[in-house]
Design a binder for this molecule. Structure first.
Ligand SMILES: Cc1cc2nc3c(=O)[nH]c(=O)nc-3n(C[C@H](O)[C@H](O)[C@H](O)COP(=O)(O)O)c2cc1C
Length: 347
């Protein structure tokens, strides 16, 4: 039995989505070890709550890369939103805008950047870079023109982690054109359009220079790599194992986060985290381990089965859970959460 409405989301989505779409969203790479451990690791975090602190007035407002948000919980970039609900990214964006949140838009989104921006949501672009970097320029220019406030370079995907679908493949039931609406026609067949295998720190700098936007490195699990990203000009490091969809048995983000926070403690760079976060209490753990913001990947997709309403309800629930957890931990502001983790998950 699910413990809450949020816990039951996946089961309800599974009952209504075509099986290959559900499986595509749910799967982890390989044996699914990293996907499962990501969620379990948040539950290993123990709090050391404050008492006798006035928690009448709890506020979740925060600022990431200069954008004020009403919540420290953002929507991670995911493709196939249109396969989950016909309104896809637009429903996700409207609900996120209403919550005063941040949406990170996948370069494989099924809605145009201009349409997403027209919802009024604060949004960042996520990109993979191709072997021939110049082929990314039209996409980057479109995102800048449509008002993206930062560029997130996903650094953990030189190749896509493999897995075995149980039945039909998702592309047997979903038109791959769904993922190409922001690319030039014929982009994928151009020489050099395949994912770059030679990504390096200089690519972060190149993106900043070409877009004029702050750049975030997404998919970092090691403190030495976090340092290299910041030295190369990254404004933020996003601790993630891609929801366990890349290298199976990669360490859980909750376990990787503390060392990266320590490494960057004296820098201006921000630190975010995603992977397996399933409740407001998990978000408190992420903030407690030092993240400036936390992101949800699959949960908003499961909620999107019920369109804008479903995503809005998810955001309300997570917000209410986080406010309750903060009150119980004696925190009034997001920054107060920094010292409420008593025993961090071992790194
Ligand atoms: C269906 C699906 C599609 C995804 N597509 C992308 C993508 O296009 N770019 C990217 O950087 N990450 C992508 N991710 C990874 C998410 O951004 C995020 O890192 C991960 O889902 C977080 O874990 P969680 O699902 O446990 O919350 C995808 C994840 C899922 C489940």
């Amino acid at each position: 039995m699910p413990r809450s409405w949020v816990d039951g989301l996946e089961a309800r989505a599974r009952a209504s989505l075509p099986a290959p779409v559900h499986e595509y969203v749910a799967h982890g790479a390989g044996a699914g070890t990293s996907r499962d451990e990501a969620a379990a690791a948040w539950r290993d975090v123990r709090f050391l709550p404050h008492v006798l602190h006035d928690v009448t007035d709890v506020g979740l407002a925060t600022e990431v890369l200069g954008t004020r948000l009403e919540t420290p919980v953002g929507v991670a970039p995911t493709s196939l939103q249109r396969a989950v609900h016909p309104d896809g990214e637009l429903a996700m964006a409207r609900a996120t805008a209403a919550a005063g949140g941040l949406m990170v838009v996948s370069s494989n989104a099924g809605s145009t950047f201009a349409d997403i921006a027209a919802t009024g949501v604060a949004w960042w672009l996520q990109v993979y870079l191709p072997s021939d970097r110049t082929l990314a320029l039209p996409l980057l220019e479109r995102a800048v023109a449509a008002g993206a406030r930062a560029v997130v370079l996903t650094v953990d995907t030189p190749v896509v982690g493999s897995w075995e679908p149980a039945g039909d493949r998702v592309w047997d039931v979903v038109d791959p054109a769904f993922t190409r609406v922001n690319f030039d026609e014929g982009h994928d067949t151009q020489p050099g359009a395949e994912k770059a295998l030679d990504l390096g720190p200089h690519d972060l700098d190149w993106l900043a220079e070409r877009t004029g936007l702050p750049v975030v490195a997404k998919g970092v699990l090691r403190a030495d790599d976090a340092r290299r990203c910041v030295q190369a000009g990254a404004a933020a490091v996003w601790v993630s194992n891609h929801g366990g969809r890349q290298l199976d048995r990669a360490v859980a983000p909750a376990r990787a986060l503390p060392a990266i926070v320590r490494e960057l403690a004296d820098d201006d760079a921000e630190v975010y985290v995603d992977g397996g976060l399933g409740s407001g209490t998990d978000v408190l753990a992420a903030l407690g381990l030092g993240a400036d913001a936390a992101f949800l990947g699959r949960l908003p997709l499961w909620a999107l089965v019920e369109g804008e309403h479903g995503v809005g309800r998810l955001q309300d629930r997570i917000r209410a859970e986080l406010v309750e957890a903060m009150r119980l931990a004696g925190c009034r502001r997001v920054a107060d959460a920094r010292d409420v983790v008593g025993s961090p998950a071992p790194v």
